[in-house]
Design a binder for this molecule. Structure first.
Ligand SMILES: Cc1cc2nc3c(=O)[nH]c(=O)nc-3n(C[C@H](O)[C@H](O)[C@H](O)COP(=O)(O)OP(=O)(O)OC[C@H]3O[C@@H](n4cnc5c(N)ncnc54)[C@H](O)[C@@H]3O)c2cc1C
Ligand code: FES
Length: 297
């Protein structure tokens, strides 16, 4: 049982949690993730570790409400518990002194890119961050990312904050202004990562993306997270989640991620019909399990 110590909304539908997980906090490296299961019959979902504090024995995650499980998780608060948190999983980001690194975050991808941006800076790179969101309300971690970046550029799709447009517009600007870029890291929705890959391929700029296929066990056993890299099958949970963007078959990723859309929609509709009692059921189940754990001590 993993206790939630802190829970706060960073934006509508986007919540940050601090969770007691001392073993994971000691081992975590930037780019790695955990797989959570909220209750016994719940599905497993992968979430990137945004920060870890080995001294306090805590990790932080940032979660966007998308479907049933993320909505359920974002209904929990400090004092509630999560049944399983498994990790750290996946290969850590490859960190070295590349020179100038452009870190691009789209939506909740900004939180996933943040720990790697910190590590790039600590390794002596010049870090240029580009953050994009649909609108002003959905911009997250601006202050945190600015603190570890030599410069930060911001876009919103609707122009309600900073410059109107997409993160790729800013990347184009840098390239057209002759800025030497040694590496691009892009994390966000698939269309964004795909657009960045197409742009940098033409410019011969090494580019890394963090892929988000459906994951179940996170150990390379179930095959759920199979992705096609240069025509070869790889498992994002053990071989990734970061891959060379120019080798990724994004069409296969999109197709595989939409395989369960009907079932996901059905389960979300059932959740919406009965939200309060499902949240209460998770709380009651985990409280019971906590008490049982206490009895065994
Ligand atoms: C390595 C990795 C790291 C991630 N990190 C974050 C993060 O830091 N913050 C965050 O908000 N989201 C993150 N995600 C995405 C997150 O796992 C999905 O949003 C979540 O699983 C959706 O579950 P759901 O039940 O709410 O939605 P559903 O309605 O079940 O699904 C909605 C969509 O989410 C995706 N999805 C569903 N189930 C899974 C699953 N088991 N594994 C992966 N994707 C799934 C699919 O694309 C699906 O179409 C990450 C995904 C991966 C693979
Ligand atoms: S999640 Fe099962 S093989 Fe990767």
């Amino acid at each position: 049982m993993f206790k939630i110590l802190l829970a706060e909304f960073l934006a509508p539908g986007i919540k940050r949690f601090e969770i007691e997980a001392p073993r994971i906090a000691r081992k975590q490296k930037p780019g790695q993730f955990v797989i959570l299961r909220l209750y016994e019959q719940g599905e497993r979902i992968p979430v990137t570790i945004e920060h870890s504090d080995p001294e306090r024995g805590t990790i932080r995650i940032v979660v966007q409400s998308i479907g049933k499980t993320t909505n359920l998780l974002n209904s929990l608060n400090a004092g509630d518990s999560i049944l399983d948190v498994v990790g750290p999983l996946g290969k850590p980001s490859h960190i070295e002194k590349f020179g100038t690194v452009v870190v691009m975050g789209g939506g909740v991808g900004t939180a996933m890119a943040y720990p790697t941006a910190v590590a790039f800076k600590q390794a002596g790179n010049r870090v240029i961050s580009i953050v994009g969101a649909r609108n002003k309300e959905l911009v997250i971690l601006e202050k945190e990312l600015r603190a570890v970046s030599d410069s930060l550029m911001l876009t919103t799709d609707d122009g309600s904050y900073a410059d109107k447009g997409f993160v790729t517009d800013k990347l184009r600007q840098l390239i057209d202004n002759g800025v030497r870029i040694d590496l691009v890291l892009a994390i966000g929705p698939i269309p964004m990562m795909r657009a960045v890959a197409e742009m940098t391929r033409k410019e011969h700029i090494h580019t890394v993306v963090s892929l988000n296929p459906i994951m179940i066990d996170g150990t390379g056993m179930c095959g759920g997270c199979r992705v096609l890299i240069e025509g070869k099958s790889e498992f994002a949970c053990v071989d990734g989640p970061e891959f060379d963007a120019h080798k990724v078959d994004f069409a296969v990723l999109v197709q595989r991620n939409s395989m369960y859309r009907a079932a996901e929609q059905k389960s979300m509709e059932a959740f919406q019909r009965d939200t309060a009692s499902q949240i209460e059921a998770v709380r009651a189940e985990n409280k019971g399990a906590c008490a049982a754990q206490g009895d065994r001590r």
